[in-house]
Design a binder for this molecule. Structure first.
Ligand code: ADP
Length: 218
């Protein structure tokens, strides 16, 4: 199964992506995590192409498609993948369809997380992550270390007001048009409206699973 997670920054793609991948035994591919890894190594051949991440801008389609295409060829992705943060433009979605078609595969399901901007902002400004396993936390949990890896939690460099604003703009202009693309190009599109700030990750997960069961996807 190939699942695409759509939604603005902070909408829960990372958190839910991990849960979905574990539940269905799929690999989890986060382009954001891949790019942050590249940024840790100034000698990496793609370093200069990925620097725009720090400004909240999208990496070019050419570079993203190359990274994902190489990644998807790896055997760990053979049994299916939860794609978290890719595609983010229509050109990337078209490239993904082409890459999967060559492998005799296709996008089976798109889950679109729809969350109000107020909630997104609160989540992003308070978000802290584990640098090792990438688990996502919030400062309101008052944790200093990852509950699993025991390493100190950190704030993402792009989770500041200026960069978040740019990321929202990029989402609106370049990524939101993907909703129409997928509504016409995949048979299963789940639109999850998360309009309640108090919904826990578990509640969101339950909603997603209920939808998947209703549609006989699992
Ligand atoms: P978020 O969804 O919270 O913005 P991500 O970790 O998915 O976080 O992405 C972080 C940044 O990485 C994005 O703001 C963008 O700069 C870059 N990025 C990730 N995925 C893509 C993509 N598919 N295309 C272009 N840029 C991307």
């Amino acid at each position: 199964m190939y699942i695409v997670l759509l939604g603005p920054p902070g909408s829960g793609k990372g958190t839910q992506g991990k849960i979905l991948a574990e539940k269905f035994g799929l690999a989890h591919l986060s382009t954001g995590d891949l790019f942050r890894k590249i940024l840790e190594n100034t000698e990496h051949p793609l370093y200069s192409h990925v620097l725009v991440v720090k400004e909240g801008k999208l990496v070019s389609d050419e570079v993203v498609n190359l990274v994902v295409e190489n990644g998807l060829k790896s055997p760990e992705y053979d049994d299916g993948v939860v794609l978290d943060g890719f595609p983010r433009t229509v050109a990337q979605a078209e490239a993904l369809d082409r890459i999967l078609a060559l492998m005799g595969k296709k996008v089976d399901l798109v889950v679109d997380f729809d969350v109000t901007t107020d909630v997104l902002l609160k989540r992003l400004l308070g978000r802290i992550i584990c640098p090792t396993c990438k688990k996502i936390y919030h400062i309101r949990q008052k944790l200093t270390h990852c509950t699993e890896c025991k390493v100190p939690l950190i704030k993402r460099e792009d989770d500041n007001e200026v960069t978040i604003k740019k990321r929202f703009e990029e989402y609106k202009v370049k990524t939101a048009p993907l909703q129409d693309y997928y509504k016409t190009n995949v048979s299963q599109y789940i639109h999850l409206i998360i309009d309640d700030a108090s919904l826990s990750p578990k509640d969101v997960q339950d909603r997603a699973f209920t939808e998947m069961v209703n549609r006989k996807l699992v």
